[in-house]
Design a protein around this ligand. Structure first.
Ligand code: ZN
Length: 374
């Protein structure tokens, strides 16, 4: 890892400054990305912006900033985005500040102050190194700076054609991935939440360990088509198996469910009838669990716990305990109340309800051995 301390004049950074909104903010003769395309905007309030400008106009030192070298003579601001933007926005007439009780735009500033501003030197650490070195180091720097999310940090390390294409699909506010998945998957594109979810999904799908492994292997790919196709497969799979939409479907970990169950076959008419039946069942405490329950119930005897079925309340259990005289009806031994659990005599799957006459108190051992608990 090489880290070099450089002094860079404000007028050089301002050269070629252009704010393209969601398409990014660039400066330093086009060599510096202040904010990459499709990254969320941090916004300093006016007071914070003014504080930056007062510091600069008085020639006091600002904290050191960090730039990452992304290619020969190309850089991206890792830390210092807001401080840089505050100065750039003032210079491009977007910001009015008050100095000694007087309001100024950039062009009304007295000459000496204007010169102070243009000749001011940003102290910048420019860093260069392997991807894992940079990532480790960025995580530490990030603690002190304008916080980037873990995926924003990864994006500043694994740059290239693959990332640009991935961001086009997943990170624009009105991107295709958002349009396709909005009913099912939560996440703000510009905060890289959708990209991160898709990556997490494909990493699990391919049996990799970390998002970094996938990004490192693909950063030089010409495009991110593989990831985009995977994501579309996930959404189309949901729509095939559960063609009737329900709001409870939004926010489930659909990539994970796809990875786990996509090789099974399901009948969509049966699924639809089952969803309707379970949605209407007031024993089901967690309707959002219905989808995974239906996907997994043929393989998993404990799938019922996904539904958070109703449990007996304390009063009914105490009453039943007294009625049984503390005796477990299976092993016929006596237990303290705390050593027993409320059990459905007729399980939920066979139509049993959470009502006192379907309740028995079993010792925890016998309850654990019961095969049809749900
Ligand atoms: Zn027992």
């Amino acid at each position: 890892m090489r880290i070099e301390l450089c002094k860079i004049k404000v007028k050089d950074v301002f050269d070629g400054f252009i704010d393209k909104g969601e398409d990014g903010v660039f400066a330093y003769g086009g060599k510096l990305t202040i904010r990459p395309p499709y990254q969320r905007e941090f916004v300093y309030d006016l007071k914070q912006q003014e504080a930056v400008l007062h510091t600069v106009l008085k020639k006091f030192p600002l904290n050191t900033m960090y730039w990452v070298k992304t290619a020969d003579d190309e850089y991206e601001v890792l830390d210092g985005q807001q401080r840089t933007l505050s100065v750039m926005q003032f210079l491009s007439h977007k910001l009015q500040i008050t100095v000694d009780g007087k309001a100024y735009y950039n062009d009304s500033l007295p000459d000496d102050l204007y010169d102070n501003l243009m000749d001011y030197e940003f102290m910048v650490y420019i860093c260069e190194g392997t991807e894992s070195e940079k990532l480790d180091w960025f995580k530490i720097v990030n603690v002190a700076g304008e916080e980037l999310t873990p995926q924003e940090l990864r994006n500043s390390v694994y740059t290239g054609a693959w990332l640009s294409d991935a961001k086009r699909h997943f990170s624009k506010s009105n991107c295709a991935a958002k349009g396709l998945s909005d009913k099912y998957i939560t996440g703000t594109p510009i905060r890289q939440e959708l990209l991160e979810k898709a990556l997490k999904g494909i990493v699990e799908f391919k049996g990799l360990k970390k998002i970094e492994d996938y990004m490192a292997a693909h950063k030089s790919d010409a495009d991110a088509d593989e990831l985009w196709q995977y994501f579309q497969d996930v959404i189309h799979w949901i729509e095939k198996i559960f063609p009737k939409y329900n709001k409870k479907m939004k926010g489930l970990d659909w990539c994970h469910l796809y990875n786990k169950y996509h090789k099974n076959t399901y009948n969509s008419s049966v699924m639809k009838a089952e969803v309707d039946r379970l949605m209407a069942d007031d024993e089901v405490g967690k309707p959002a669990g219905i989808y995974e329950y239906l996907l997994s119930k043929d393989e998993d005897p404990f799938a019922g716990k996904l539904l958070q079925l109703r449990a007996f309340d304390e009063r009914d259990k105490r009453a039943k305990y007294a009625e049984q005289g503390g005796i477990c009806p299976i092993c016929h031994k006596h237990f303290e109340y705390e050593g027993m659990a409320g059990d459905h005599i007729k399980p939920w799957s066979k139509g049993g309800k959470t009502e006192p006459d379907n309740l028995q108190m079993l010792c925890k051992d016998c309850n654990g051995k019961k095969s049809d608990k749900y």
